[in-house]
Design a binder for this molecule. Structure first.
Ligand SMILES: C[S@@+](CC[C@H](N)C(=O)[O-])C[C@H]1O[C@@H](n2cnc3c(N)ncnc32)[C@H](O)[C@@H]1O
Length: 300
C-alpha cells in the first residue's frame, strides 16, 4: 500500500465498515451485494473483496473465496458462539446487532455491575452495548462510540427496536472520545483498537474518561511476531483487523505511559484457528492472535 497518513487510514477503515454496516457481509448475501462490490472496485482506496474482520491479501485476489462479493460469510451467531457468547445472550439481541465482527468476548472479563457506566470503543451495530445494558440495568448507562456513520445509524435503529433506554450511541473517534473526564466505570472494546493508527492516543483517552479505580476490559488482535513487509503494507489486511495489530510490549507501554496499572495482556493461542478462516490460505495467523487486555486507572 502506498504510504498513507492517519486520516487516509481512518477513511479506509470507515469506508470498509460503512459497507459492512450496509450488509456487505455476515449472514445471507444481501440483495445489493453486487452494488457493494462495485463500490469496492470504484473506491479511491481500494479495499479488496472482504468485509468486517478478515481480508483477501492483494497477492491472493484471483483465488479468493468468501467475503461480500463471492458468497455468504460464516454466520455471525456461529462466530460469536465460538468466541464464548451464550445462545441466550445472542437470542436476546435485536436482529442485526451482531454482525460477527468480534474477535473475543469482553463481557466475559469486564465484571460489569448493576448501575455502572460502561463505554464501548468501536461499538459497531451495538452488540456488546446491548448485552452490557442488561447487566448494568436501568440505573446504569452504556455509551457506544463509533466513527462510522452507517454503524451508528444501525446501532440506533437496533436500540429503537428493543426500546432500551440506558444505551446511547455517539459518533466519534476513539482517539478523541466524545465523553467527559472521569465519567466511566469500565471500558470494553471488541476488535477495534488494532484499527487505530494512533493507539497511544486511544489508551490516553481511555485513561482520561475513566473514573479513578475504573478499568479497561478489551478483546483485540495483537502481534506475536513481526509481520513480513508485504503483509504489513496490505491495506485489506489493515481494515481486516490484522496488519494494524501492535505487539504486546508496545501495548504495555501505551498503557503504562497513559498512567494505567495492573496491566494484564493474555494472548489466546487457540484463536489462530478462526483467524486462519478470516484469510484462508494465508500465513497471517502465524503472526497475530486474539488477546484480552486489562488494566486499571489507579485511584489518586
Ligand atoms: C471489527 S468492527 C467491531 C465492531 C463491534 N465492536 C463488534 O464487535 O461487533 C470495528 C468497528 O470499529 C469502528 N472503528 C474503527 N476505528 C475506529 C476509530 N478510530 N474510532 C471509532 N471507531 C472506530 C468501525 O467503524 C467498526 O464499527
Amino acid at each position: 500500500m502506498k504510504q498513507l497518513n492517519n486520516d487516509e487510514i481512518r477513511d479506509a477503515v470507515r469506508n470498509h465498515y460503512g459497507k459492512t454496516a450496509e450488509g456487505c457481509c455476515g449472514g445471507p448475501v444481501p440483495k445489493d451485494a453486487e452494488a457493494c462490490c462495485v463500490a469496492d472496485a470504484e473506491a479511491e482506496v481500494v479495499d479488496e473483496n472482504a468485509c468486517g474482520c478478515g481480508a483477501t491479501p492483494s497477492s491472493d485476489i484471483s483465488s479468493a473465496q468468501g467475503g461480500c462479493c463471492s458468497g455468504p460469510a460464516l454466520s455471525p451467531d456461529k462466530t460469536s458462539k465460538a468466541l464464548g457468547y451464550s445462545s441466550d445472550e445472542l437470542a436476546s439481541l435485536p436482529e442485526g446487532a451482531n454482525l460477527g465482527l468480534g474477535c473475543g468476548n469482553p463481557q466475559a472479563i469486564a465484571s460489569i455491575k448493576q448501575g455502572e457506566t460502561v463505554l464501548d470503543l468501536g461499538s459497531g451495530a451495538g452488540m456488546d452495548c446491548f448485552l452490557a445494558a442488561k447487566t448494568t440495568g436501568a440505573r446504569g448507562l452504556v455509551i457506544g462510540v463509533d466513527m462510522t456513520p452507517e454503524m451508528i445509524a444501525k446501532a440506533k435503529l437496533n436500540a429503537e427496536k428493543t426500546g432500551v433506554k440506558n444505551v446511547e450511541f455517539r459518533l466519534g473517534e476513539i482517539e478523541n472520545l466524545p465523553v467527559a473526564d472521569n465519567n466511566v466505570d469500565v471500558i470494553i472494546s471488541n476488535c477495534v483498537i488494532n484499527l487505530s493508527p494512533e493507539k497511544w492516543k486511544v489508551y490516553s483517552e481511555a485513561f482520561r474518561v475513566l473514573k479513578p479505580g475504573g478499568r479497561i476490559a478489551v478483546s483485540d488482535i495483537v502481534l506475536t511476531a513481526a509481520l513480513p513487509e508485504e503483509l504489513q503494507n496490505d491495506l485489506s489486511l489493515y481494515t481486516g483487523c490484522m496488519a494494524g495489530a501492535s505487539s504486546l510490549p508496545d501495548i504495555e507501554s501505551y498503557l503504562s505511559e497513559a498512567g494505567f496499572g495492573d496491566i494484564r495482556i493474555s494472548p489466546k493461542d487457540e484463536s489462530r484457528e478462526f483467524i486462519r478462516e478470516w484469510v484462508p490460505g494465508s500465513k497471517t495467523a502465524d503472526y497475530v492472535v486474539s488477546a484480552t487486555i486489562e488494566a486499571i486507572k489507579p485511584r489518586a
